[in-house]
Ligand binder design. Structure first.
Ligand code: GLP
Length: 260
């Protein structure tokens, strides 16, 4: 696991560099896209590169991490719609290239199984962008999630619903109680995981992620078992890291050719 501590704008550029490398090097690139505020600056940077430098997403497919259950098809906070606004509408992803678990399906378990199969059919995820919840969740794998879990229905914790109420005009009651989410085992199959975290509210979760014991109580810690994880954090999110100085020195001395 590589930890890079840098200002937010640089983090977004680094993540965009990694996405760009996948888009340019793979014949059929498969991106894993996340919602939440953490990746937003990355999408803005990718849109800029598309607009100004011709970076093309035309051959790519994108798989979302998770989705609320039961939000109406046209609800602005439905993750499928969020990703449409934040990324798809700004680049040249082909129609039908973005996939997400179907939170409006009549048969939710079948929708979860179909989603797992679709990821496999696409050849697996080359690069997964991730955020992290203040309680250490990734996607919607809340504390207590099986470290081997697959795409399934989950109940959101009160903490996560409170954290996400800001997207629903502060109305906690409007935040759905259930979601569909890729499991931790699903996320672990992505070939490269790039996790972004900024702000002090993420500091404890980031400490556990990089330096804590692997535990279902801090679901992101499963990533310690992944061979290629890049953790991109600003000073505030890095403020609880015991080895912060070591990460800074390591990154400062890293050869430019190495990439993420
Ligand atoms: C939600 C999403 C996660 C995201 C997390 C953190 O719960 N399901 O994918 O990582 O929020 O969000 P933010 O980046 O806004 O802090």
């Amino acid at each position: 696991m590589e930890v890079v501590i840098a200002p937010p704008a640089e983090l977004a550029r680094l993540a965009a560099d990694a996405v760009e490398a996948v888009l340019r090097s793979r014949a059929a690139p498969v991106l894993g896209v996340a919602t939440g505020s953490s990746p937003l600056a990355v999408y803005v940077e990718l849109a800029r590169r598309h607009r100004e430098q011709g970076l093309s997403f035309a051959r790519a497919q994108a798989f979302m991490l998770d989705e609320y259950v039961g939000l109406a098809a046209d609800h602005p906070e439905r993750y499928r719609n969020v990703i449409e606004v934040e990324l798809v509408s700004r680049v040249d992803l082909a129609p039908g290239a973005v996939h997400g678990p179907d939170g409006l399906a009549d048969d939710l378990p079948a929708a979860c199984a179909a989603y797992e199969a679709a990821i496999v059919d696409a050849g697996g995820v080359d690069l997964q962008l991730l955020g992290i919840g203040s309680d250490g969740h990734i996607a919607f794998n809340e504390p207590g999630s099986s470290l081997a879990s697959r795409t399934r229905i989950k109940t959101l914790t009160r903490q996560t619903r409170e954290d996400n109420a800001r997207f629903f005009d502060g109305d906690l009651a409007a935040v759905p109680e259930h979601c569909l989410t890729q499991g931790l085992g699903t996320i672990m199959e992505a070939r490269h995981v790039v996790l972004l975290a900024t702000g002090r509210a993420k500091a404890e979760a980031v400490h556990h992620l990089a330096e804590g014991a692997v535990s279902a109580m801090w679901p992101a810690t499963v990533l310690q078992h992944h061979p290629h994880v890049t953790v991109l954090v600003d000073d505030a999110a890095a403020s609880r890291l015991q080895l912060a100085e070591h990460y800074r020195q390591t990154y400062a001395g890293k050869p430019a050719w190495q990439g993420l």
